[in-house]
Design a protein around this ligand. Structure first.
Ligand code: WT7
Length: 678
């Protein structure tokens, strides 16, 4: 085992090494999906080999499946780390998601099935609120919204911030931005005001679209209030927000509760309904920016990951098609449960699915409201064929009990997917047995905000799967496990996961931070993309992801920087210093443990722990709340002053560890911490 893997990761791998169960896709699966895109493992290997040997030939052919306004002069221009795909071509992703289907005579087919939280104003029953949006009507709405943005003065290249719940208007807003070439920056609705302000400032964004509030388990999340607070914070930094467009989603409940600034705030429907439904797509250069999405890094503030139009469009739609074996006109109903606030929602609720002309479900609410069987009830009612969720959700389903999926007819399901973090074999088996009736393949898709789409994944109809492995690289992905010198490691030796060749939807940069782009992804191993995960490959060439190698936490499939949580803790007056590490957590996969040293005059207490938890929540949102807080006099540090997180990880996990402590500045610190297990 190499030095950069923690003992927790190593022991995880030891048990995975013993995994021998292999599941091949059922022989009738391909036929029931209307045919397989890839017929055998031999074909997969041949196509993969070709895609690596001749990426330009391979991706040029794939890209022919999309509509372009002008063709490319070259498929790829690569000056590591800068890639240009489909050079000189113009297109619009909105055209390929909507207009194209309407022009081809499919305007009446369902594009989005929207399922609301069951509670309506004045309605106490669990009556579903459902909307079916066809390509044609969606196109009209997108055009109106695009015209509304133009009427507010939004120009091509300008960043529009979207801070909304999972309402249809969010999908419409994304596509409207794409249509006019505005760059969207979606901020997850669970983030508090300071996170909105930071991101708007970094992106120099002056227009925001939001909702008065969002429904969450029957309660209201006051989104507009957070936006007002963010605008206030921005004012203090001399950044003006010119326009705020507000969808009224919870109007009844909020009457009088939403502040309104005339001239700046606009009611969505008043603004948009008045617009024309004609709006031509802006011809976008393939390398024009499509969106920014902020994600956590190991140091400092979140990074604005940049994706561009052409490569992202081709790669997300093609991976969606090949991984899930999606086919138009074959009765598929696809549901990815991710929120559009994360990359999974961008790529596999909207952009990668709509060009495939398969209806995509957008669900507003929680998995356990009004009951623990909510997802299965939705699957049964909409006759879902493809279901894509996260390990953290699967672990919750396991805990809630087998009886919940058991109550519903899940026989329409054909393909199951997982994403977000390594899935433990136990959860994998439960998913297969209780949701997939022991028949559906599970596609464990490994990818990142930065990769744009799946990079290591099974293909539903062909790849034999093994619980806990994300299996093999997607076409065009030259993935490898290497040592610090970039040499490929032999089977079963843990090392760094890298991608050695460019692929169409790779990130094009970190917004306004070239140095961070280079340092984070391109410096440690020359000429290769560093994913930041530890991995090993077994003799079959299958990949086993071991988790992050840096100080990034992965809580319920969401990345959080330890620095972010530490800074939030230190911003509380009682705290002088804090160190945050991950710890095993039954449901979330990883929980957050915080070691905190207090300012003189502050005394440790349970009440202070509660106060610190809610303080972190108000700065970073509820997902960042520490699960465990330990007070300590000092933190264990190396001579150079670096906090020794490994030791803290062991303590947080309740392990004694057997670590080399000779670089500890204060030997007594560790002993004290160990003697005081919570
Ligand atoms: C990190 C990326 C990509 C959408 C969700 C998260 C972990 C993601 C898997 C998987 C093992 C996984 C990695 C990765 N991860 N999918 N199938 N198996 N680990 O996106 O927030 O950019 O996080 O999530 O650690 O680096 P993200």
């Amino acid at each position: 085992m190499t030095a950069h893997l923690s003992s927790a990761e190593s022991s995880n791998v030891e048990s995975l090494l013993k995994e021998t169960r292999i599941f091949s896709p059922a022989t009738d699966l391909a036929a029931s999906l209307g045919g397989a895109y890839c017929a055998s493992m031999d074909e997969y290997r041949a196509r993969h080999t070709r895609s690596i040997a001749d990426p330009e030939g391979f991706w040029g052919e794939v890209a022919q499946g999309f509509e372009w306004f002008t063709p490319w002069t070259r498929v790829l221009e690569w000056n590591c780390p800068d890639a240009k795909w489909f050079v000189g071509a113009t297109t619009n992703i909105c055209h390929n998601a909507l207009d194209r289907h309407v022009l081809d005579g499919h305007g009446h087919e369902v594009a989005i099935i929207w399922e609301g939280e069951p509670k309506l104003p004045g309605d106490n029953g669990p009556q579903p609120e459902v909307k079916h949006l066809c390509y044609g009507e969606l196109l009209d709405e997108v055009c109106r919204t695009a015209n509304a943005l133009k009427s507010l003065g939004v120009k091509k290249g300008e960043v529009v911030t979207l801070y909304m719940g999972m309402v249809p208007e969010l999908a419409i807003a994304l596509l409207a931005c794409a249509r006019i070439g505005a760059v969207h920056s979606v901020i997850f609705g669970g983030f508090p005001a300071p996170a909105i302000a930071d991101r708007m400032l970094d992106a120099n964004s002056r227009v925001i679209m939001t909702c008065d509030g969002a429904w969450r388990r029957g309660a209201v999340v006051p989104l507009k209030k957070s936006v007002d607070e963010a605008i206030h914070l921005l004012c203090a930094q001399n950044h003006t927000v010119d326009h705020c467009v507000v969808v009224h989603r919870i109007k009844h409940e909020m009457e009088g509760a939403v502040d309104w600034t005339a001239g700046r705030d606009h009611a969505w429907h008043e603004l948009i309904d008045a617009q024309s439904a004609e709006c031509a797509c802006e011809p976008m250069d393939s390398e024009d920016p499509l969106f920014l999405l902020y994600t956590s890094g190991s140091t400092g503030k979140p990074k604005g990951i940049l994706h561009t139009v052409g490569g992202y469009m081709v790669y997300t739609a093609y991976t969606a098609q090949q991984t899930f074996n999606l086919r138009p006109g074959a009765g598929h109903v696809y549901w990815c449960t991710a929120d559009i606030g994360w990359i999974t929602g961008h790529s596999y609720v909207i952009y990668g699915i709509m060009p495939n002309r398969v209806p995509t479900i957008m669900y507003e609410g929680a998995p356990n409201f009004p009951g623990d069987d909510r997802f299965w009830e939705i699957v049964a009612r909409h006759r879902v064929t493809h279901f894509y969720t996260a390990p953290t959700a699967i672990r919750s389903f396991m805990k809630w009990g087998d009886q919940h999926p058991g109550k519903h007819d899940l026989s329409t399901l054909k393909v199951l997917g997982t994403v977000g973090e390594p899935i433990n074999p136990e959860a994998w088996m439960w998913y297969r047995q209780h949701i997939g009736a022991d028949a559906c393949p599970i596609v464990d898709t490994f990818w990142q905000t930065e990769t744009g789409g799946h990079v290591i994944t099974p293909l539903a109809c062909v790849t034999p799967t093994v619980p806990g492995s994300c299996t093999l690289p997607f076409f065009g992905i030259d993935a490898a496990v290497v040592d610090e010198q970039g040499n490929e490691l032999p089977p079963n030796v843990g090392g760094l996961l890298v991608i050695r060749k460019p692929w169409p939807s790779m990130l094009r940069g970190v917004h306004r931070d070239r140095a961070r782009f280079i340092d984070t992804y391109w410096s440690r191993i020359k000429g290769m993309y560093l994913a930041g995960d530890g991995a090993r490959r077994c003799e079959k060439g299958y990949f086993w992801i071991m988790g992050r190698i840096d100080d990034i936490l992965n809580v319920s499939g969401h990345r959080l920087g330890t620095m972010e949580v530490e800074s939030a803790l230190v911003s509380h007056p009682a705290v002088v210093e804090a160190a945050v590490v991950g710890m095993p957590h039954e449901i979330k996969g990883m929980g957050i443990a915080a070691f905190v040293s207090l300012a003189p005059g502050s005394t440790p207490s349970e009440a202070l722990k509660t106060a610190l938890r809610s303080h972190v929540s108000s700065v970073l949102g509820p997902i960042a709340k520490p699960d465990m807080i330990r007070f300590t006099q000092t933190l264990p540090k190396t001579r150079s002053g670096k906090i020794m997180r490994r030791l803290l990880r062991d303590i947080a996990a309740g392990r004694d560890g057997n670590q080399d402590t000779t670089t500890l500045e204060d030997f007594t610190t560790l002993a004290t911490l160990r003697a005081n297990e919570e």
